[in-house]
Write a protein that binds this ligand. Sequence first.
Ligand SMILES: Nc1ncnc2c1ncn2[C@@H]1O[C@H](COP(=O)(O)OP(=O)(O)OP(=O)(O)O)[C@@H](O)[C@H]1O
Ligand SMILES: [Mg+2]
Length: 284
Amino acid sequence: MPGEPNAEFPPPARSLAPLNPSPGLRSPLPEAPAPLSGVPAPLLQVQALRKEYKTGRGSLVLFDNLNFSVFPGELVAIIGESGAGKSSLLHLLGALDAPTSGKVLFRANDALDSHAKDGHADPIDLCSLPPNLASEFRNRQIGYVWQAHYLLPEFTALENVAMPLLTREEDRKPSLAKALDRLSEVELADRADHRSGELSGGEQQRVSLARALVTNPRLLLADEPTGDLDHRTSEVVFSLIERLHAAHRLTSILVTHNPAFARRCTRVFQLRDRRMEEISPKIV
Ligand SMILES: Nc1ncnc2c1ncn2[C@@H]1O[C@H](COP(=O)(O)OP(=O)(O)OP(=O)(O)O)[C@@H](O)[C@H]1O
Ligand SMILES: [Mg+2]
């Protein structure tokens, strides 16, 4: 897929498991009631989520009966020991993988072009989206930042940032103009013509942050975005995430092993022993 401008971006990390029968994109969901006036509805609502991998040596249950909500504007940290299932969970929240059971409800008026035509704001169960809609949803609603930058080496920084727009066949010129805006926001406009190999690790990660935001997503998902960086560069990248989270009025969920960064989030969830526990950012 790298090098193919028409390939989906971001790539699905893991293939989607068989779909639930009759997902019914617009079916009313009584378990997600309309909000009381003045109380925001959650952007994401996780219900009874279970993830189990079948392996040659039996089954591995990563988590079971996870229930939590994330509200618009929140900056949420997910922490937990290596192997606890943080990345697997993030893939489910980002419609990149299917759970064994449970739901991930996403509420946005314009979550999908096809969904929004009559102004419906019922939540969409990301676990039930057919692959073509899941792909459209990911492109329009979610920005992803991974520990590795996954920039395409044969393209410039500017083209890499524009890639999510180019892959959905938007015109090249406005796409590149928007990409340049985002590169400016991460203070890398002067590196627009560099290829990824001509950028430092911190710069590569800032380019991937610009790429994540080029589509104006609702939700930013970041999996150890500073995991490969030194202390000082980590601080630069995390501060940028904080700044852009606020500037773009994002809802952001980031997995981190860095307690100092978790403490700067509005809420902290700890994944441990197959369960999710909310803890105060003050005691991380
Ligand atoms: N496709 C898969 N098939 C089987 N087991 C898997 C698969 N993907 C992940 N696992 C296992 O699931 C467990 C959780 O993996 P995951 O990557 O979600 O952990 P993590 O909390 O993100 O860890 P880290 O902090 O090291 O990144 C691990 O033990 C891993 O080996
Ligand atoms: Mg991980």
